[in-house]
Design a protein around this ligand. Structure first.
Ligand code: ADP
Length: 707
């Protein structure tokens, strides 16, 4: 090439400059050419349609074609349809970067990072592609590895958690860690209370000695190490002989015995006490992996796995302790339950015995009640039978099944029930009552019965029902009738001579027929008194007999009860004074339908009894009150009272509580019998109530007149 002159015209100069800059460009291009050609990234020029105009060696390799074959081909041919290439736009003036998935002529896929610089030349765009397939694969690999680790962790964790047996958990841990880490030995070392320690679980390859159950002396694992491990220290020792590992001489000697070259140690720390409460970190033991063949660099993953498993062991320990505590509690509870069970059994036994005894005594009672020729029953407060003996069947022809649960009225019939009703109500109000009744047996026979009701009270004194005892007194009644007839005949025959005798004695006493000695006078007095009593007796007997035989017709008229009460009280006032008894009458205006003479007789008889059986200073009351369709008269005293078993009997002939009463009190034992007859003839009732030592009340009812 000719040398260039410096004296040239301006235009020539300009042309020269142009030539110079073009040559500079050329020389630069020459310099860049190999750089571009041998660059690691694929570099290419593409036209507006995306077809290759030029490409370097790396690009040819990437697309798997010679330069000649590549030029003119569109980039689109090499883009994997599934990889997505939305970002690549040749029409824009902006530089673009992104990632693409390519497939070359040999069907090899590659992941590339691209940068597209548009219009580096007119209609020429610079495309730089960097193969990132390997990097991506490495990331994928790492992710895969991490996934596997996570799976591995959870698999081992699951295995550990599936067991509640600590021993089994520890064994699983060492076996799994040994398998995953491909370590020569993995062991669990437990710190003992005396400061030493012991291998309690081990997984070791067959060609290495076992150190299971081996106790480590304190020098090998001194107290200060405990502190460090308790705070979470982890040790990964690549080479035990490397002074940087900082192992004590004695520990190195110890590990040498077992040919240990590398160690990985993680602590097992406990945060729970045996009773379930939390406590500060306590070193329970260590999870240790050994490499014996040669030193080993422990990677993070291995360390992490060991730590995670040590944590799992801590949890398992806490669970085991809780379980142990639970078992203790269960044991205590079981013992308690067994005790309760025993006492329950005993109680059941006792109850069975008691029930058997009760059954036996019930049977005996039933035998006894069935053997008795009386009706025995228990009636509840709804007036329904709850118990009855066999006599019910014999008398009424009704089986126990027919009677059990049946109402009194159903068993006895309406008429009989009507007569019983008053006494049933009394029994259910808590009073013991005895009365006589007439019943009809199954065979149609009429019987006289004596009935007693005894109320049954519970602890709160509530009446639950009553016991009923009914005995046949027909025979006794028949005898009584005969006796009465005999007495009335005798009385009748006696009355006339007795009256004459009495009159004769009275005349003798006047002394008109001659005077008697003092002894004679005394004898005469006794004879007179006795005759008087005899006359009274005979009169009473005849009275009674007349009333009973129905010969007496009550002359019933309307009267005011108050009048009777005043008259009776006045008539008895003298006797009351004589006995030093206060007699108080509280007259009531009640219209009754009665025979005045007979009612006065009944009232005076009751008042005379009340005065007779009172002590001086006592009071006797005569009261009356209105009941339902009836007037109720009461004579109350504060005297000696009447025993319960005599309350009904005293209304019978010649019945006296004390047989000496007739002599001492001048009674005949017929007064109350006559009273009852009078009242019953009036359609009323008479009865006695008494508290021994505190007095008695005699009550009777008379029908009242309706307006
Ligand atoms: P008496 O003529 O014997 O009084 P009653 O038929 O009138 O005959 O009485 C029978 C018995 O009843 C008496 O003997 C007595 O034992 C007892 N009696 C009657 N009324 C009372 C009373 N108010 N207090 C205690 N006992 C009485």
């Amino acid at each position: 090439m000719a040398p260039r002159s410096s004296h040239q015209p301006a235009s020539t100069q300009k042309g020269k400059n142009k030539i110079r800059s073009a040559s500079t460009r050329r020389s630069r291009k020459r310099l860049l050419q190999p750089l571009l050609e041998y660059a690691q990234d694929a570099i290419a020029l593409v036209d507006d349609a995306g077809c290759f105009l030029d490409a370097n060696l790396a690009a040819c390799q990437l697309f798997g074609l010679s330069r000649q074959a590549l030029l003119g081909r569109p980039l689109l041919d090499f883009i994997d349809a599934g990889g997505g290439h939305e970002g690549l736009n040749l029409q824009t003036s902006q530089r673009q970067i992104g990632e693409l998935r390519l497939v070359n002529s040999r069907h090899v896929f590659s992941e590339v990072e691209y940068s597209l610089t548009p219009a580096v030349l007119p209609h020429g765009h610079l495309l730089v592609l960097r193969d990132i397939s390997r990097r991506k694969a490495a990331i994928e690999d790492e992710l895969q590895r991490q996934r596997q680790r996570v799976e591995l962790f959870s698999e081992v964790t699951l295995k550990i958690r599936q067991s509640l047996q600590l021993k089994e958990i520890l064994h699983t841990t060492v076996t799994e860690v040994q398998r995953i880490l491909r370590a020569d030995r993995v062991l669990i070392y437990q710190v003992l209370p005396n400061g030493t320690g012991k291998t309690i679980s081990e997984a070791v390859l067959p060609n290495y000695p076992t150190i299971l159950d081996m106790e480590f002396p304190e020098e090998v694992f001194p107290e200060e190490y405990h502190q460090l491990y308790a705070q979470g220290r982890v040790r990964a020792i690549t080479d035990v002989h490397n002074p940087a590992a900082g192992l004590s001489e004695c520990l190195v000697d110890f590990v040498d015995q077992f040919d240990i070259k590398a160690k990985l140690i993680v602590p097992i720390v406990q945060n729970l006490n045996h009773n379930g409460s939390t406590s500060p970190n306590q070193l329970w033991g260590l999870l240790i992996a050994h490499q014996c063949r040669n030193p080993r660099h422990w990677v993070d993953f291995e360390l992490e796995l060991m730590q995670q498993l040590a944590d799992q062991i801590s949890i398992a320990l806490a669970q085991a302790q809780l379980l142990e505590r639970l078992e203790e509690i269960v044991e205590v509870r079981t013992a308690e339950l067994q005790d309760v069970n025993r006492s329950l059994k005993q109680e059941i036994n006792d109850r069975e015995h008691a029930e058997a005894a009760l059954r036996q005594s019930e049977e005996q009672l039933r035998l006894i009640t069935n053997a008795l020729p009386v009706l025995i029953a228990y009636v509840d407060n709804q007036q329904q039978y709850r118990f009855n003996n066999n006599a019910y069947f014999d008398w009424l022809g009704k089986s126990p099944g027919e009677i059990y649960g049946a109402h009194l009225q159903h068993v006895w019939g309406a008429a009989c029930y009507q007569r019983m009703r008053f006494y049933v109500d009394s029994a259910l109000s808590g009073h013991t009552v005895t009365y006589e009744n007439e019943i009809t047996l199954a065979n149609g026979n009429q019987r006289s019965v004596d009935v007693t009701y005894v109320p049954h009270l519970d602890d709160q004194n509530t009446v639950k029902g009553f016991f009923a005892l009914t005995s046949d007194i027909s025979d006794r009644k028949a005898i009584e009738r005969m006796k009465d007839e005999f007495i009335s005949v005798v009385s009748h025959e006696l009355r006339t001579p007795l009256t004459s005798l009495h009159s004769a004695l009275k005349i003798l006493a006047t002394g008109r027929l001659g005077s008697l000695s003092t002894d004679g006078q005394q004898m005469l007095g006794i004879a007179d008194e006795s005759t008087e009593r005899l006359v009274r007796l005979v009169n009473n007997v005849l009275d009674l007999q007349r009333i009973e035989s129905g010969k007496v017709i009550m002359d019933r008229q309307a009267h005011n009860a108050a009048d009777f009460m005043v008259q009776a009280a006045e008539a008895m006032q003298a006797m009351a004074q004589q006995h030093e008894v206060t007699l108080i009458a509280q007259p009531q205006d009640l219209m009754i339908w009665a025979d005045a003479d007979y009612i006065l007789q009944a009232l005076t008889n009751l008042l005379s009894n009340a005065i007779k059986f009172s002590t001086p200073g006592d009071t006797v009351w005569l009261t009356a009150e209105a009941g339902q369709d009836e007037a109720i008269f009461r004579v109350r005293d504060e005297g000696q009272g009447i025993p319960a078993d005599h309350l009904e009997r005293i209304f019978e002939r010649f019945q006296q509580v004390d047989s000496s009463d007739s002599r001492k009190k001048g009674g005949t034992g017929l007064g109350l019998t006559i009273c009852r007859k009078i009242i019953e003839q009036h359609g009323g009732r008479i009865w006695a109530e008494s508290t021994l030592g505190h007095g008695s009340t005699f009550s009777f009812t008379l029908p009242t007149l309706k307006e």
